[in-house]
Design a protein around this ligand. Structure first.
Ligand code: MRU
Length: 353
């Protein structure tokens, strides 16, 4: 289990993912603003982990305000909630977790800031614990789909680092590995920020799962010349029809999988499904700074002053998804009406940065 993020004695401890794989650095903070910064800069990233971190950020704000009169403490917590909501737009887990924290704050009838702070901390820890349990169940349900000696392709990082500690797509692979199925996992490096190379390869190597790295542009050749038994990826937001936003570069892999007759699985907890969105065209797609594409680790790789397009996610149409692997089981088409729909966001949490 990777210690991605934890609540310790009123402080949050997280692994700084921007420094992996070179350094395994843990940061401790009592400031919700620092958590917001960590999410924005991808020190904490991956849809479920962003949700857990944001919940803990709100809990930190509650703790910092615990000596204030209830009304003032509540307004400090609301400011933190709004600030955390403006960090990244695509992963719906963020808005789901913040909505849960908002409900705790608003529904309490608090007699002291101390009681409010305690309830927020408990809720954040509960969100973390539930996330771990969901990962474990995703792994269990998904492992059934993995044949013995499978050659598997994944993308970006949907591992322990992207969740409370076990992963979604990688939880499936970890579970299959534990069942002694001999896996061979391929991952594209995932430009521009290299989550595949830096994070997934690091995680799988640490877990003793054989991993092969390639650049993203090698995917077509890999399907044609090596062949895969399946593709499994995570997700950042899934619409009611099953259209799936995930890290940029996922959609072409789904097209390749269809062309080559390879099953394409999306592993995600129910917190990643957004019942408020009919389909993929409504999913807000984050666009990040051009510098991420114009260089590698601070070294320029493009002439200065040119235009750059840098969307962080793409949308895979539901018709290309073989099945969703959720904590409740494997869901196959037709998807409408079968996907998790526990949560509907109130207008306040749907605002985007
Ligand atoms: O920009 P990132 O690194 O936060 O993007 C992460 C992904 O796209 C993951 O595949 C997704 O969040 C699923 S994580 C279980």
């Amino acid at each position: 289990l990777i210690q991605t993020i934890a609540w310790h004695d009123g402080r949050v401890r997280y692994i700084d993912q921007t420094r992996l794989p070179g350094a395994e650095t843990y940061v401790e903070t009592a400031s919700w603003e620092e958590i917001a910064h960590a999410i924005r800069t991808l020190a904490v990233r991956g849809a479920p982990a962003i949700g857990v971190a944001a919940a803990m950020g709100v809990a930190l704000a509650g703790r910092a305000a615990r000596a204030l009169p209830v009304r003032e403490a509540l307004s400090a917590v609301a400011v933190a909630n709004a600030g955390l909501a403006s960090t990244r737009p695509t992963a719906v887990n963020l808005f789901w977790a913040l909505d849960r924290m908002r409900r705790v704050a608003e529904d309490g009838g608090w007699t002291s800031g101390e009681a409010l702070a305690e309830a927020l901390a408990q809720e954040a820890v509960a969100i973390h614990t539930e996330d771990l349990e969901q990962s474990r169940r995703i792994g269990e349900h998904g492992a059934v789909l993995i044949p013995e000696a499978a050659r598997v392709l994944t993308h970006c990082n949907a591992g322990g680092l992207a969740t409370g500690g076990l992963g979604t797509a990688l939880a499936v692979l970890y579970a299959a590995h534990e069942q002694q199925k001999r896996l061979s996992v391929f991952v594209g490096e995932t430009r521009p920020l290299l989550q595949g190379a830096r994070l997934t390869a690091w995680e799988l190597k640490k877990a003793g799962v054989p991993v092969t790295l390639m650049t993203d542009s090698m995917a077509g050749a890999a399907f044609a010349r090596l062949g895969f038994d399946l593709v499994v990826v995570g997700a950042d937001r899934i619409g009611r029809n099953g259209d799936t936003a995930n890290k940029i570069g996922t959609y072409p892999l789904a097209l390749l999988a269809r062309e080559h007759g390879v099953p394409f699985y999306v592993a995600a907890p129910s917190t990643t499904f957004d019942p408020d969105l009919a389909g993929g065209q409504e999913i807000p797609i984050e666009e990040r700074a051009g510098e991420e594409v114009m260089g590698l680790a601070g070294v320029p790789t493009a002439p200065p002053g040119i235009q750059v397009w840098n969307p962080a996610f793409d949308v895979t149409p539901h018709a290309l998804v073989t099945a969703f692997i959720t904590e409740g089981g494997v869901i196959r088409p037709p998807f409408p009406g079968r996907l998790p729909s526990k949560w509907t966001a109130p207008a306040a949490v749907r605002s985007q940065p």
